[in-house]
Design a protein around this ligand. Sequence first.
Ligand code: CMC
Length: 429
Amino acid sequence: MTEQSATLKIGDKSVDLAVKSGTIGPDVIDIGALYKNTASFTYDPGFTSTASCESKITYIDGDAGVLLHRGYPIEQLAEHGDFLEVCYLLLYGELPTAAQKKDFDYRVTHHTMVHEQMSRFFTGFRRDAHPMAVMCGCVGALSAFYHDSTDITDPHQRMVASLRMIAKMPTLAAMAYKYHVGQPFVYPKNDLDYSSNFLRMCFAVPCEEYVVNPVLSRAMDRIFILHADHEQNASTSTVRLAGSSGANPFACIAAGIACLWGPAHGGANEAALNMLTEIGTVDRIPEYIARAKDKNDPFRLMGFGHRVYKNYDPRAKIMQKTTHEVLGELGVKDDPLLEVAMELERIALTDEYFVEKKLYPNIDFYSGITLKALGFPTTMFTVLFALARTVGWIAQWNEMIEDPQQRIGRPRQLYIGEPQRDYLPVSKR
Ligand code: CMC
């Protein structure tokens, strides 16, 4: 890292701050000693200008619309790789050799079953429970079952916990779905690949043979690749923050799932499809565009805009292609939702408001249509995002634990409440 410095003047005091450069991307100003030297904090709600860690995992250039995992462009990984290969890459830093891939696939596949007692957790939920509520509870509960992989100081236990989580998320997600629709749980099958196994656990029923459709299974796999990691987003930062206290990995991932649920984050795919359904027909689009632009209306075009991308989200382009592939395979012609989506995108990309604010479609804009066509209800969309993002969370969590600079995350604040005052007995208030 090259060393430059920045000078900050506060009143008559002036401090030199080191400027650090990464391999690519903006420099950062190291303010670690600012409080000690100036008795001031920095203020950055929403962390728009704050780097919280060093990381080697994922790089995003939001202006150029670039997303790299360990240096590899997302387009190449989605085109040529499979999800478990991307998992290996995120966890270990390099693409696997053929032998490493075979071994990794074997290890993940042989961790897919969950403890049989877990199934009783599901029956404790109301049958109309949102599957994300079920996931928050059940993933957190894994820490009650796998005591032999919760010692975070042991690299072997950390890796076992990582594999367990990647392997068991599809099983738990499928169980959440089955419980939601009132069908019996389907056990994993070891001769199927990761995504085919997941589709089977979701859509097989005991009364008939389930045949995997390779086009749909490949589409599912690509959707998982597109969601695998996205550097220091809200849920990943939540996982890191929870992990910084020394909490066990299952508890940390449960915290990430809870954060992902919000409509500004992972919940946007569900919200985007609900919005397209509400708009319904192309002729109603102008009304919704006008609402999105109206400052007094809280309505936003879901699936548009991104904190980091000020260009077309590269994942959205691949997702759009995947949508067409899935609809083509299923013989869905003239899907009204797709028609509304494409026209909405066309209008928004030329509308001055969206152009000026650099609001482009993000990954969630097209993923909902694809997932619906695959047979998932909207309530499952964020669960699928959580399933895929688990590897990103766990890779980032591992990186944090191994980082010698790691300390408990503890932001400061600008206090704007009452200064000290004396307690008054109730008779005097
Ligand atoms: N529709 C209409 N106006 C918008 C939208 C939108 N979708 N997104 C942002 N704006 C406007 C916003 O009103 C603001 O205008 P002004 O400067 O006049 O006040 C300006 O654009 C900047 O927006 P912001 O909310 O300050 O930007 P942010 O970086 O804090 O928020 C965002 C990013 C993704 C939360 C936001 O764009 C949004 O709410 N989008 C819709 C939800 C969505 O699709 N989320 C998925 C994100 S991608 C997947 C993931 O990361 O989980």
